[in-house]
Design a protein around this ligand. Structure first.
Ligand code: DC
Length: 225
């Protein structure tokens, strides 16, 4: 029997990570934060003085990358260990997302990370979030969800998160950064950010995570999954 996968795709700041975790907790399944894989490779590149446009060197780095994804005991998230160091916090910075988005546009880099992502498909099931989970990596997924929200709302959420952490940020800068990353992710030649034709589209601009969850669970029920 094939191991079931649910994919949650969409742009940054749309709530994919939260929905992915909540759904995995509900079902007792594993999670894959594929964006973290691109982020961690970009970080490793910076630490090893590899340029973010050196496709060949990035592929070599990806093949040998010593990275572990360790689910926290309370299942509230994942600790990411790169070459023995906990890099979970560093990876959340917007600069890390921007670097990830740059290397993610390189076809050979995507290819090099494909096997690592598919290895997360383990019993009893997987909830995977990213940009191309439903279109490329797990195109046979049981259910494909695509979340959207306006750039302004996503920037607002990010602004609040940063404020809570005591980090200074300008809303206008966040809007510009998010729009920039969206453009790069949507315009790239391989696996661009777009909904799979059979994806369930949910606009999260004005609805809560609880409502998004309720919507997904009702579709699972309707389809007898
Ligand atoms: O989801 P995130 O913000 O952690 O992703 C960081 C970047 O990684 C994103 O801007 C594009 C890239 N990415 C990708 O190309 N494909 C994925 N499946 C996940 C992320």
């Amino acid at each position: 029997m094939t191991i079931p996968v649910i994919t949650i795709d969409g742009p940054g700041g749309v709530g994919k990570g939260t929905v992915c975790l909540r759904l995995a907790q509900h079902l007792g399944w594993h999670t894959l934060d594929s964006g973290a894989m691109y982020r961690v490779l970009a970080l490793a590149a910076q630490q090893h003085s590899v340029r973010l446009d050196d496709e060949k060197a990035l592929v070599n780095l990806a093949v040998d990358l010593k990275v572990n994804f360790e689910p926290l005991a309370d299942l509230s998230g994942t600790r990411i260990i790169l070459e023995g160091q906990d890099v979970s916090l560093v990876l959340r910075a917007e600069s890390s997302g921007a670097a990830a988005s740059k290397i993610a546009a390189l076809p050979a880099v995507r290819e090099a990370l494909l096997g690592r992502q598919r290895a997360f498909r383990q019993a009893p099931g997987l909830v995977a979030d990213g940009r191309d989970m439903g279109t490329v990596v797990f195109s046979d997924a049981l259910l494909k969800v695509f979340l959207t929200a306006t750039v302004e709302e996503r920037a607002n959420r990010r602004y609040k998160q940063l404020k809570e952490k005591g980090i200074d940020a300008k809303l206008d800068d966040l809007v510009a950064e998010i729009a920039d990353r969206d453009k790069r992710d949507m315009k790239r030649s391989v696996a661009p950010l777009q909904p799979a034709p059979d994806a369930l589209l949910i606009d999260t601009t004005i609805i809560s995570v609880d409502k998004v969850m309720a919507r997904i669970l009702s579709v699972l029920e309707l389809r007898n999954l």
